[in-house]
Design a protein around this ligand. Structure first.
Ligand code: CAA
Length: 282
């Protein structure tokens, strides 16, 4: 496998494109708007500069990585000749189903279709294609060039052959893949989101303030970020959407999103991306 298309040039998409390109893959980065592609390439360039400054890569590696990425606003053009597509569009079910329907008609039947979804069912995404056995979850963590994990999610029909190929491909990106089955929140978010939700309840009930809660978890549990800072980093709207998937999927009240989280998202306080969440980012 040498040619990969990445759909979506946002935070996750540009990180995924950066990583594949850095490890020698030819990447077609696809987004609907040229402005989003330009912003994605600017972010990749900035993050490569950061790696050069840390002497993790050379200027020549940076140039080779950027030369491996071509941008497209047309999905039809962008997926020509690729062996793998990794979809990293906005976390919206209807949007993803629509993209996978199109990918199924635009790509040859042997092409593997992967989604970076953080919680939407891979089995459901696969069901709109005629190749459910070749649809799989490839869930990278943010920031993608830094985080070692790729959660590999097997849909109901995903074959061993496709799973093994995607596990091997992840290793070629210097990542550690972990295979999991397709149930709400998979493993990463089934465990992470209840912790973040509990931190928000702890704030809501006045047990402690934002910085106190984060300090307890950072210094007491050696987490690199406290849960409230991490929620700002992930996006409060994304946290809410994942908790709703867990709550609906399991029908268990323990996953009910904290009313404070719901209020903050309704008020447009979504974390770093809007400049304000549990912290002010301006
Ligand atoms: N691209 C390339 N390199 C980057 C980078 C990026 N976007 N961001 C940071 N780095 C590098 C830095 O250059 C630095 O490199 P060295 O170790 O070689 O010095 C290293 O990463 C650490 O960065 P910093 O020193 O700037 O900052 P830090 O020590 O505070 O680490 C962090 C930053 C890696 C983000 C760290 O705070 C962290 O691990 N946070 C938690 C991240 C996390 O939990 N991510 C998962 C979120 S959940 C998710 O993604 C999935 C979901 O479905 C919701």
């Amino acid at each position: 496998m040498k040619n990969v298309a990445v759909i979506g040039a946002g935070t996750m998409g540009n990180g995924i494109a950066h990583t594949f390109a850095q490890f020698g893959y030819k990447v077609s980065l696809i987004d609907v708007a040229q402005a989003s592609l330009d912003k994605g390439i600017a972010t990749i360039t900035k993050n490569l500069d950061r790696q050069v400054a840390k002497e993790a890569i050379t200027e020549a590696d940076k140039a080779a990585t950027l030369a491996n990425i071509t941008t497209f606003t047309s999905m039809e053009e962008g997926v020509k000749g690729v062996e793998l597509v990794v979809e990293a569009a906005t976390e919206n079910v209807d949007l993803k189903l629509n993209i996978f329907k199109q990918l199924d008609t635009l790509t040859a039947e042997n092409v593997i279709l992967a989604s970076n979804t953080s919680s939407i069912s891979i089995t459901k995404i696969a069901s709109v294609t005629n190749r459910p056995e070749k649809v799989i979850g490839m869930h990278f963590m943010n920031p993608v060039p830094v985080m070692k994990l790729v959660e590999i999610i097997r849909g109901y029909s995903t074959t061993d052959e496709v799973t093994n190929l995607i596990m091997e491909t992840s290793k070629k990106l210097n990542k550690v893949p972990v295979e999991v089955n397709d149930y709400p929140g998979f493993v990463a978010n089934r465990i992470l989101m209840p912790m973040i939700n509990e931190a928000i309840y702890t704030l809501y009930e006045g047990v402690a303030g934002v910085e106190e809660i984060d300090t307890v978890m950072k210094l007491g549990m050696a987490h690199p970020m406290g849960p409230l800072q991490l929620a700002d980093f992930i996006g409060l709207d994304v946290c809410l959407a994942i908790l709703e998937v867990l709550h609906t999927g399991f029908g268990n009240p323990k996953y009910a999103p904290c009313p404070l989280l719901v209020n903050m998202v309704t008020a447009g306080k979504k974390g770093i991306k809007t400049g304000e969440g549990f912290y002010s980012w301006n």
